[in-house]
Design a protein around this ligand. Structure first.
Ligand SMILES: Nc1ncnc2c1ncn2[C@@H]1O[C@H](COP(=O)(O)OP(=O)(O)O)[C@@H](O)[C@H]1O
Ligand SMILES: [Mg+2]
Length: 355
């Protein structure tokens, strides 16, 4: 069966669609659709923000149309992550983009709202992608880390030869989110991100500021743990700007924070020497960031998911096609070692094809 995985992450850059053939898991097609600037602004205005419920309800319905257009072809099933507008670990999470509206538009059943079942099972509701990391990247003799650099960065540690119970995963801290906000500030809103890390490369890391940021207890806390715009959104960026450092230096420091917190989590929480770090997400296109990360991870092979046969930009969307398929088959797909759930749960809500 042909399954669409629809992912829109915390970067709020747009929608990634992966068309996957199941049960084989082969990627047939990947497409990215950017959010129009006005839609992005409206989503930001309801993300961890005070706003009118009317705006949330309207976006909930409008996004379904955006997702349907992004899929743009017939499928047998779709798995839709939705747009997170609030996430607070074990307490609450909300992804919008209505599944029934999407099912009607696609003429196919949709699985949506994957995270609450895991939270109901005592988990963080995140990360859910480790299910796919385990399937694609586990190795009998090599300890691997699957890294995704989206708005937030997260890792899945796959110890050599370990079963799914041995998987460890967590958010490590900011991915691109802080750098994106700085790029927008520095350009008066013209730039959505620091292309290839050019601005960061012109600046100098402010060591005292970096050390101060890295002292936050989040980085030392044992997994499971998750982060979002609640931690690294507007308020965090305002604090950085208050330092009055030159923009280039702030960008360099933000890039170093992303790289250092990823490397720190790999060092701290991997139970054995790591052989491969397999990177995906939009952040792999930031050359400066990848250089920093390599410098923080001596002796480790840092590669892109593409080198392992998985499209780096499509990985999370592929994961949601896989997760939808599991739910459709009635099988659990959270990884309790990753989310901290007490049991493996069947995830999501199935919206049947209305006719
Ligand atoms: N050429 C590039 N240079 C630097 N950063 C990039 C580039 N292309 C994409 N990105 C980063 O990737 C982000 C999108 O990554 P993505 O994996 O879609 O994140 P999310 O899952 O949070 O939406 C952008 O916001 C931007 O920060
Ligand atoms: Mg994205």
């Amino acid at each position: 069966m042909i399954v669409a995985g629809i992912m829109s992450g915390t970067s709020l850059d747009g929608v990634d669609v992966a068309i996957v053939e199941m049960p084989g898991g082969r990627l047939l097609e990947h497409r990215s659709t950017a959010y129009p600037a006005a839609l992005r602004r409206r989503l930001l205005a309801v993300s961890d923000a005070e706003c009118h419920t009317r705006e949330i309800a309207r976006l909930h319905f409008e996004l379904a149309g955006v997702y349907a257009r992004a899929v743009g072809r017939p499928v047998d099933l779709a798995g839709c992550h939705g747009q997170t507008i609030y996430h607070e670990g074990r307490r609450a999470t909300l992804q919008i983009g209505d599944g029934s509206v999407l099912a009607a538009r696609l003429h196919a059943p949709v699985v949506c709202d994957f995270r609450p079942a895991d939270i109901a099972a005592g988990g963080e509701g995140a990360p859910l992608v480790p299910f796919a990391d385990y399937r694609y990247f586990r190795h009998a003799r090599r300890t691997r880390v699957a890294l995704n650099i989206g708005g937030i960065a997260n890792i899945t540690i796959l110890p050599a030869g370990a079963g799914v119970d041995g998987v460890i995963a967590m958010d490590t801290g900011p991915g691109n989110m802080v750098m994106d906000a700085l790029a927008a500030r520095a350009s008066g809103g013209r730039l959505r991100y620091d292309r290839d890390g050019r601005m960061a490369a012109r600046g100098h890391v402010n060591r005292p500021l970096l050390d101060d940021l890295l002292r936050h207890p989040f980085y030392r806390r044992k997994p499971p743990k998750s982060a979002g715009r609640e931690e690294y959104g507007a308020a965090f960026v305002e604090r950085l700007l208050a330092s009055r450092l030159p923009m280039e230096d702030l960008m360099a420091t933000a890039a170093a924070l992303t790289a250092a917190s990823i490397a720190g989590a790999v060092r701290r929480f991997a139970p054995a020497k790591v052989d491969d770090v397999i990177a995906s997400g939009g952040g792999v296109r930031n050359r400066h960031l990848m250089g920093q990360l390599a410098a923080f991870l001596p002796g480790v092979r840092l590669a892109r998911a593409d080198e392992f046969g998985l499209d780096a930009a499509a990985k999370e969307a592929i994961a949601f096609a896989l997760l939808a398929y599991e739910t459709w088959r009635g099988r659990p797909a959270n990884v309790p070692g990753a989310t901290g759930a007490r049991y493996a749960a069947v995830l999501g809500k199935i919206c049947p094809c209305p006719r």
